[in-house]
Write a protein that binds this ligand. Structure first.
Ligand SMILES: NC(=O)c1ccc[n+]([C@@H]2O[C@H](COP(=O)([O-])OP(=O)(O)OC[C@H]3O[C@@H](n4cnc5c(N)ncnc54)[C@H](O)[C@@H]3O)[C@@H](O)[C@H]2O)c1
Length: 369
């Protein structure tokens, strides 16, 4: 069985791709499934990616560098400073290691800084803005900081987009749904925390803005994303990498009782990139789910990881302390996303994890051990 490391932009990745080109056709490779999602040239186009040193933003930056080297890509991120929130987690997770190999502009700055936004307005002429910067920690309790960063700064960035005539693609979230019933559908939200509330407020602002704007604005409600470059989100990274490292350290995986019935709509980073790129020219501005529509259990994650890592630990089951305030089933309604964006998930959980495992191993060797 061939394991294909996921590393998007480097000489190493090119060698891996060349190597896999020579393998039998039925051999699964990451590269067979990654592709350019738009054919148009982005020559003379300038792309701003806020939150570009984070998980999703850095993957987007490398997507453009690899597939559209003619584009001018500008990353804006406040990077991590060591400052923590009251829950003990970092205030921002941006990490330089997510951008090693990136050759575009990198700006360290805060989206709450109006002077910085004015500088961007004067010194650049953006064609597309991918807005990923946020307090992304769903357990953060600082309502003031959350609303300021996620909601208020978004309004300013929309005005920048209007002035530059730039299409806006921004990160909303499945957290807007809270405990709304499955399949989670745009228009039926019930956020349970200030993070979900902040993302829902962004969607309201976007809808209002679209009414008299000449640019397109698309909000993408990502479900549970996993994949390379998430490691530096620490304890807020997906359970895929967390279980992977538990197994590699020789520990039996610990799951909540009934984990074979607790399901989420897990989505591989490559499909998130697909949705973002397709959202550059939507059929219709609006808010769209980005999931698979095919929820899978936490038990499945562990089973797939054990298969790929060659381990066979007996799982340990612990009582779920969150019963009563816990989501047992998330499932994105995805037909509307296909209609409005032409987006459709292409990575199964098995394929995503298989492709990710070499990176999980590399991280274990270089960062965890
Ligand atoms: N990863 C997921 O499963 C998921 C699910 C739903 C929605 N989202 C949303 O997608 C976006 C990207 O998420 P991610 O997983 O890459 O998270 P992330 O934390 O890795 O990325 C967010 C980036 O924003 C930066 N940032 C935070 N505050 C900033 C500020 N004031 N100014 C400038 N930069 C700032 C951080 O340093 C970080 O690099 C976020 O908006 C998040 O809320 C993510």
């Amino acid at each position: 069985m061939v394991l294909v490391p996921y590393c998007r932009n480097s000489d190493v990745s090119r060698n891996i791709r060349d190597y896999h080109m020579n393998l039998p056709i039925d051999t699964f490779t990451f590269w067979e499934k990654t592709m350019k999602y738009i054919e148009e040239s982005l020559a003379n186009k300038t792309i701003l990616i806020t939150g570009g040193a984070g998980f999703i933003g850095s993957n987007l930056a490398f997507y453009f560098q690899e597939n559209h080297p003619e584009a001018n890509v500008v990353v804006l991120d406040c990077f991590r400073s060591g400052e923590t929130l009251s829950n003990g987690n970092l205030k921002s997770f941006g990490h330089f290691k997510n951008l090693v190999g990136f050759t575009g502009d990198v700006i360290s700055g805060d989206i709450n800084d109006k002077e910085l936004l004015l500088d961007l307005e004067i010194n650049y002429d953006f064609d597309y803005i991918f807005h990923e910067a946020a307090i992304s920690d769903t357990t953060a309790l600082e309502q003031d900081l959350m609303v300021k960063t996620n909601v208020n700064a978004f309004k300013d960035l929309l005005e920048l987009a209007r002035k530059h005539d730039a299409n806006m693609i921004y990160a909303s979230s499945a957290a807007t749904y809270g405990d709304a019933p499955s399949p989670q559908t745009v228009g039926c939200e019930a956020p349970q925390n200030v993070y979900g509330f902040s993302k829902l407020m962004m969607d309201h602002i976007a809808r209002d803005f679209i009414k008299d704007a000449d640019i397109s604005v698309v909000g993408l409600r990502y479900f549970n994303v996993y994949g390379p470059h998430e490691y530096f989100k620490n304890s807020t990274a997906s359970m895929v990498v967390q279980f992977g490292h538990q197994l590699l350290s020789g520990k039996a995986p610990r799951l909540f009782e009934g984990s074979d019935k607790i399901v989420r709509d897990f989505i591989f980073i490559e499909d998130i990139i697909q949705a973002n790129v397709k959202a550059m020219h939507p059929k219709k501005s609006g808010v769209y789910n980005v999931g698979t529509g095919n929820p899978r259990s936490f038990q499945s994650i562990v089973d797939i990881l054990q298969k790929e890592l060659g381990t066979s630990y007996t799982c340990e089951y612990i009582p779920n302390p969150f019963v009563g305030s816990y989501q047992f089933h998330t499932e994105a309604e995805v037909a509307s996303s296909k209609d409005g964006l032409g987006y459709e998930a292409t990575w199964s959980l098995e394929e995503g994890i298989k492709s990710y495992v070499p990176e999980i191993r590399r991280l274990y060797e270089t960062e965890v051990k």
